[in-house]
Structures are given as structure tokens and as C-alpha cells.
Design a protein around this ligand. Sequence first.
Ligand code: AVJ
Ligand code: FE
Length: 434
Amino acid sequence: MPPPTTASTAPTADTDALLDGLDVARERTLALVEPVCAEDLERVHSTLMSPLVWDLGHIAAFEDLWLVHRFGGEPMLRGEYAQVYDAFETPRAERGDLPYLRCAEAHTYLADVRTRVRELTDARGAGDGLLHELVIRHERQHQETMLQTIMLARLRDYDPRWRVEPPQAAGAAPTGLEWIDVQGGPFDMGAPAEGFAYDNERPRHAVDVPAFRIGRTPITNATFLHFVEGGGYQRREWWTDEAWHWKEQYDITHPLHWTDDGREWRIGGYEPLDPTRPVVHVSWFEADAFARAHGARLPTEVEWEKAATWDQDTGATRPYPWGSEPPTRERANLDQSGCGPAPAGAYPAGAAPSGCQGMLGDVWEWTYSDFRGYPGFRAHPYREYSEVFFGADYRVLRGGSWATSGRVATPTFRNWDHPQRRQIFAGFRIASDA
Ligand code: AVJ
Ligand code: FE
């Protein structure tokens, strides 16, 4: 275990870049809620989610706690709200009943905290920058949560002003059933010791991975529709007992946002199902059943990460599938710009050395794996970020979606949810033993 970094040896952060990161994140948060009326901001649209305005107050409270209080050493501006905005103390289903700040007050809280953070940071820098980075990524993650809520609310005419059309795929449309072979052998899994990473991504550790096959792209709508029309939801043998029970209880017959007339809900309306895009808003149970129907399985986390970053020529692990540079619009569908997944195969410049495409962006990908700590895991900076969720109740998702910030979506980032959940922008690719 490396010793904790001390103030004297820690690199000094680029304070201006961090303040800019905070501003750019905030601009998007405000633009996200701008088209939504106060009534829709304050309403509970789904018991799975918070009212949108709770997310706003929670973003402010998180920054108040970590930057005003912990970093700045000052009392929180609104410490009396810490309990209301504590995600762990207040489960999402109960948040509609809390005395959370309504629209105008939540916006004021956001702005007041930010003013204080700027004053504090101007006066004393950002230290090693890791707490500022934590706060930026927290706000970014909640933007995706808010977009899940906006999807569930099916807000018609929601048309964010930053929307740009995603690119089309060149050549024959992938189905998701094209295989890539990945050699067996050791692979360094997880985030390196230096720089920002969440606690659950560390420590980096070697895993000996047997040879396997994995889909070149995620499974597309066309391929999933074939499964649906072929009786996929009626074939008992393709579903585990737990999955079948869930499917029967809730009468699940297709992905969450598909309609019975061949369309799917997207941000702002509903459109004919695009056969070339990855299927999205499926549960782990549905993904698992689809894989079984094809004599396959979901990839384990380590298989997913190896397919995303392992360079078979050098044996090294790349920071990103395409190399070392951060994501760009040519490499991955991230940062909410397209307001939905792009066609599978639309980002050849983002391919991994393995040949896999679309590993980052478009849709989160369910993995076979339960959410657990890596060997030597240490909770940081608080147990409720990940440790309290470890165990068999949650499965890991990888790769980020169209709604994930490029600052958050790295190949080592781990998301998690219950296997029956479908509000996440989640699809999957399949795998099998070599
Ligand atoms: C990593 C997406 C599961 O939303 O619960 C937000 C991120 N943690 N605030 C969540 C998070 C604290 C987390 N996920
Ligand atoms: Fe949060």
C-alpha cells in the first residue's frame, strides 16, 4: 500500500483549470433544468429518482461540505440542510417528502456556495486539486442522474440547446454479434496510484485472464428486436429464476422506453426505433437472458477492461481505448451532446487495440460481475461513496453513456445498480470463453 501523499510532495493543482471545470459543469447543470418548469422540477416523477430540484440542492450541499467545510475549514453555509441532502440517510423513494429547497432557493444555494468556493480557492489555491476534482465529477454524475429522471418523466418537447446530431456509421451496420478474440494472460486492472480516481478503482492489480471472446460493439436495437420477436421474453430456459420472477411480476416484454407501436422514447419525444443504435434501458436480467439465448454470457469486469485498454503488442494498459489523450467528439459519444446513443460503429477513431468499438460512451454496459472492492481496497474519502454498496445486490456497469461526462468516463470507472434496474442508459455486449 503506498503511503498517503503529504502536502509537501503532492503536485500543486492547476487552480484556474479546476475553477474552469467547476464553471463548465455548472453551466451544463443550469442548462439542463432551464427548459423544465418549476412544477416538473419539484415533482416526483418516479420513486426510483429524486425530484430534480433535490439533485440541485444536493449538488450545492456536496460542494458546501467538501469545499467550503472540509477544504476551506469553514462552517457549511447551510449546515442545517446537510441531513436533507445526505443521499445515504434519505433513500430516493422518500425524498419527495423531505423539506428540500424549492427552485429559487436551490438556485441561490448553488450560487452562494460557488461564490464562497471561488473566494477560498482564489485565496489559497486548490491544494492537490483532488477535492475540487471530486466535486466537479460529483456534479457531472448528477447531471446524468437528472437526465434519467427527465427520460422517466417523458417530458415532451424537452429540447436542450446544446444538442448536436450524432454521426452515422460508415459501412455495414454492426449487429453486436461480431466477435473479437482477446488473448489470455495477465492484465493490470484498475486505476494507477497517481491522479484522481474513485476508491473502488484502486489498487491497480494484476489479474490472469483466460482467453475470451467479446462483441465488437454493443448489441443493437435490430438484434434485440429479433430476440423480442423470436419469443425471447417467453422462453423460460433463457432466464434465471430470479430474472423470470421479476419479468413475470412486472409483465416486462421489451426494453423500458420502447413502445408497442415500434417506437422508442428519447429525450424530448418518441421516434421510430433506430435499428442501428445500441439497445438501451435494459436490465441486467434482460441482458443476461439475451446472452444465454445466444449461447453466450455477459463479460466479466476484468474482461471488459482488458478488451478496452490492453495493448496486445506491448502488453501495456492504455489510459483510454485509443491512447492517452482525453475523449473528443471524434472518439466517443459522451457529454450529453447527441441526447442519445449514436449508431454502433460510428466512432472508429475510438477503437481499442483489441478492435472493440464504442467501449466508452453511447451506453453503459452491464457486466457479469457483482460490485466488490479490489484486493487491498481502502474507502476514500467516505465509506458511502462505494463500500456500503459492495456485495451481491449490485452489478457493475462499465464505459459510460452518451449522458456521462468525458471527465468521468474512464475505462477504470465503475458504476453499479441492482440487476432489475432499467432507468440507467444501459445496454450490453456479449462474451464467451475462447
Ligand atoms: C456511481 C452513479 C452509482 O448516483 O449513486 C452521486 C454516483 N455518488 N453522488 C450514484 C454518486 C454520490 C453514484 N453512482
Ligand atoms: Fe450525490
